[in-house]
Design a protein around this ligand. Structure first.
Ligand code: GNR
Ligand code: NI
Length: 180
């Protein structure tokens, strides 16, 4: 098992489109395990392969409070969606930003599990929102894309500023970072 580095907006690699997995083999299963570990460590309720610079259609999710409901979606397809719902969203690739996004309320999704077995999942509430958020990632899309251009620009500036600060702290060492 290993933690994988999560890319941050506006990294252009977050815009790459994932390709379908053609065979769920041991290497894919290893990637899924590493993604679960990375998601739980973050901590987050979902992670798409795109966020860890892997361009394959792999998603891991756990919306439970006690890590008791791991869900793996490989090559997911939304079969039906209905209703509308607004929810405050966040993203591990856009840390510290929380904004309201409107999505379908109920979805049915078909995917392969970690064993490569096809299954169908009916989802509502947070799980439905999370699946749609993760499927957007596989398509190179981020939740900030739904915001106004002004808001998006502000977030981009904030992220670039944070990255600069991070880099200078790395350069100066943690001692100087601590006394700020
Ligand atoms: O951890 C996460 N929380 C979250 C909250 C509301 C809507 C979506 C999410 S997904 C996010 C993890 C993440 O960035 N997945 O791509
Ligand atoms: Ni995200």
């Amino acid at each position: 098992m290993a933690l994988i580095e999560i890319l941050h907006f506006p990294d252009p690699r977050l815009r790459k489109k994932a390709i379908p997995v053609d065979k769920v083999d041991d290497q894919i299963r290893q990637t899924v395990n590493d993604m679960f570990e990375t998601m739980y460590a973050a901590p987050g309720i979902g992670l798409a392969a795109t966020q860890v610079n892997i361009q394959q259609q792999i998603i891991v999710i756990d919306v439970s409070e006690d890590k008791s409901a791991p869900v793996c979606l490989i090559n997911p397809k939304i079969i039906t969606k209905d209703g509308e719902e607004e929810m405050q969203e966040g993203c591990l690739s856009v840390p510290g930003i929380f904004e309201t996004v409107r999505r379908a309320e109920n979805i049915t999704v078909q995917a392969l599990d970690q064993q490569g077995v096809e299954y169908t999942l009916d989802a509502e509430g947070l799980l439905a929102v999370c699946i749609q958020h993760e499927m957007d990632h596989l398509d190179g899309k981020l939740f900030v894309d739904y915001l106004s251009p002004l808001k998006m620009q502000r977030i981009k500036k904030k992220m670039l500023k944070m990255k600069k600060l991070d880099a200078s702290e790395q350069h100066n060492g943690s001692q100087s970072a601590n006394i700020i």
